[in-house]
Design a protein around this ligand. Sequence first.
Ligand code: NOJ
Length: 496
Amino acid sequence: MNSLRLLVSCVLISRCWSTEEPTFPPWFKFGVATAAYQVEGAWNVSDKGEGDWDRLFHVHPELKGHPNGDVACDSYHLWRRDIEMLEELGVDMYRFSISWPRLLPTGFPNHISQDGKNYYNNLIDGLVEKGIEPLITLYHFDMPQSLQDLGGWANPLIVNWFEDYARVVYTLFADRVKIFVTVNEPFIICELGYSKGHVPYHQDQDVGRFLCNKNTLLAHAKAWRLYDEEFRPLYHGKVSLSNLFIWFEPATPADKELTELALEHWEGRYGHPIYSKEGGWPLKIQKFLNDKAMKEGYPYPRMIPFTPEEIELVRGTYDFYGLNHYTTFLARRARPGEKIGRWPLYGSEELGMVMEGDPSWTTGEVDWFTMHPEGVRRQLHWLNDTYGVKEIIITENGYIKVDKQLNDWSRLKYTKDYLEQILLAINDGINVTGYTHWSLMDNFEWMVGYNVNFGLYSVDFKDPNRTRTPRESARYYSKVTRSRSVNHRHIGLNYV
Ligand code: NOJ
């Protein structure tokens, strides 16, 4: 096939198999991702406001001695080195987040930090200068403590506060940034945040988590509409949110219905109101949870109803589906009396569901991770069939490790196998246009601190210079981005 025909066939029908090796289509963008609190450090420089994670780790008595993100990877000072690493990797884009308290120390736009503004402008300009596209996440788990004190995501006013913040970010950066993620993983914000697994570190599974569920969606929708109305005509960019979406498959044919409920619980409550044609809550999980609330004697439904205006406000507020995919589980109904093992949280207990890997799959190094790369391809099909989304960007995918070795063969293999499935999905006709690997480098992994790592680059956290060193997976990924192929023979790596 000559190159012109190959290009034409890529453009028309998304099939990009050369005669020898399958390659990613020319429009597909490779990238890596990080988030402000996990990498920036510099928690109190200049006029930065206190963030809720700062408060949690500095003050909460239960967490005394817990590691924190005070310095983290020190990207606040080492951003030039970060850009160098991106160049070494040969990526097309870099997903990073803005620290709300760094940019707006009070949480409100009454005061925009000059220092915060400079930091992000330098980073963005540095990226653009090297031809690397910046992708900004507005909210990646960290909020000004001032707003958390007022109830954070449980306070309906957060919807307006978030819109105000979004306006500042768009006004300052949208001239150079064309892709925005409003809220990262609302599932984690609400489900973990209200079960003491994240900020705000509250235990409130019955009310707080559902206020948060609704308010994150409304805030996202307002921020999307703001861009759509005032900034899109000027800058022609794209805005969506990123959902954590663990993929489920039924353990037995009898578990099919339970699996559908699990998908609505995990993804539907955070995706259906935005991506479905009809909008609003997904009905099965809504009924299930509301019946439960009634049995428990609550006078209000657990899933806080949307008004018809709110349904319309949220429906259709996306330009792509932002997918954070890490792993797949089999779902099965718990046997009578069976203890729901390692996943008692996140609703599996509520659903009476056991989540486990198939014995034939490789288990990861921690209990929440199994390797089943085919899962991502099936999930991409599901997204396409269920919502008919026109574009999907994989905003996170990566491999957790406990040891810090530079020879991270298992991460390399995970990356290869998952990219291979993504490429197959593209060739099935699913429009996946980008992939930002989590993560550029080891960083602060929230409640597990520095005990696990996701980095293509290792970071020496004992070294005041936070020296970064490429792992084997970084070398591999840099070959992938340049050859646009995942095949090790093709790229000259001999790791099998
Ligand atoms: C999702 C989150 O967005 C990110 O902050 C986290 O570090 C990774 N998953 C790995 O757990």
